[in-house]
Ligand binder design. Structure first.
Ligand SMILES: Nc1ncnc2c1ncn2[C@@H]1O[C@H](COP(=O)(O)OP(=O)(O)O)[C@@H](O)[C@H]1O
Ligand code: SF4
Ligand SMILES: [Mg+2]
Length: 338
């Protein structure tokens, strides 16, 4: 290496998406009680995550906790309130719409509802070819790529002449995944891609994503509200609650030892095949605070069965408890799991 060359370590090179303490606040007017005073909804309230190349990174949490906002912030679909978004080593936080244009083809999104992600008036083939056209890919190359992807998603070529209305949700979601891959993006946000599908079809789509990752080595932020879904497919999982990460770890480490009381409650809310085993369910008690009037201390305090006076006053920070496992709860101290 030459003397003045910047040193890039292997771990830096591997990071595709790096968000640092990002915040997304929305001003909200709150009816007559607030006497017209403006309040702030903290959809994201200081989230930091790093996603490595080739990794499927899961985000899990109840509806309204900020999962979609996080995915969209990573793709810079809006301006964030504070923090940094670093994509492939480039700080894109303040990029204009025009600057972002160069990055758009590299960042794709898959949505929850496959029926609304295709124009019902266009044949599937037209919708898929449009993606290539927009980014100046030749017709020949686009056609080749579409055929390759149809093979990967196990659908026949006659799909291309069908209309979205003629296809099932599962078939359409396969095609939406293929469409997101036409341009070989380096990063994909999949926002609850199986939540609108029947359980039997969900498993097929999850297996398909696992397969495609092996074949294409894609990097993905995978959003879900179900613990079992992220366990099945993700390499790392972050659990979110009201705009903050409560716990994050490699999937195997996390599911071996769920530490945060919220994560435990999310997991125990899943009905078990054996109803006898259900007697240990932890119910989520208390009111869910909203992201407007957040409590001073731990934001989970009003629903936590372990809440102490400290929890009501001091907001816990994400703490390293070893093995890449981080948890934001006063019950856990640095370097230890209890
Ligand atoms: N454009 C917006 N304006 C105001 N509030 C918003 C907007 N988008 C999202 N929110 C609020 O931000 C919070 C997080 O929303 P979202 O990211 O969609 O949650 P999730 O995807 O986890 O269900 C919610 O309280 C939601 O109502
Ligand atoms: S910090 Fe306290 S209230 Fe919050 S999750 Fe931990 S024990 Fe519960
Ligand atoms: Mg959402």
């Amino acid at each position: 290496m030459r003397e003045n060359e910047p040193m890039i370590t292997e771990s830096d090179q591997e990071i595709i998406m790096d968000v640092r303490d990002i915040k997304k606040y929305y001003p909200v007017a709150r009816g007559s009680f607030s006497k017209g005073k403006k309040k702030t909804l903290k959809a994201l309230d200081g989230v930091s995550l790093k996603i490595k190349k080739g990794e499927i990174f899961g985000i899990v949490g109840e509806s309204g906790c900020g999962k979609s906002t996080l995915g969209r912030a990573m793709l810079r679909l809006f301006d964030i309130t504070d923090g940094q978004v670093i994509f492939q080593g480039q700080d894109i936080t303040h990029f204009s719409r025009r600057q972002m244009k160069n990055y758009r083809r590299d960042m794709q999104m898959i949505f929850q509802n496959p029926y609304s992600s295709f124009n019902p008036k266009l044949k599937i083939g037209t919708s898929l070819r449009e993606v290539g056209q927009v980014y100046g890919m030749s017709q020949e190359k686009t056609g080749e790529k579409i055929r390759e992807l149809l093979d990967y998603i196990h659908l026949p070529e006659d799909m291309l002449v069908r209309s979205p209305g003629e296809l099932s949700g599962g078939q359409l979601q396969r095609l939406a995944i293929a469409r997101a891959l036409i341009l070989d993006p380096s990063f994909i946000v999949a926002d609850e891609p199986v939540s609108a599908l029947d359980v039997s079809v969900q498993a097929q789509i999850l297996n398909l994503i696992t397969d495609l990752r092996k074949k294409m080595g894609m990097t993905m932020l995978f959003i879900s509200h179900e613990m079992t879904v992220v366990e099945h497919i993700c390499d790392q999982v972050a659990v979110m609650y009201l705009g903050k990460v409560m716990e994050v770890a490699p999937t195997k480490v996390l599911f071996k030892n769920l530490l945060h009381p919220y994560t435990q409650a999310l997991m125990s809310a899943i009905p078990k095949a054996d109803p006898e085993a259900n007697t240990q369910r932890i119910m989520l008690e208390g009111d869910i605070p909203n992201a407007i009037d957040l409590p001073l201390g731990c934001r989970f305090a009003s629903r936590c069965r372990f809440c102490t006076e400290e929890c009501k006053k001091v907001s816990p920070q994400l703490t390293d408890v070893g093995d890449g496992h981080f948890v934001a709860c006063h019950r856990y101290k640095e370097g230890g799991k209890s």
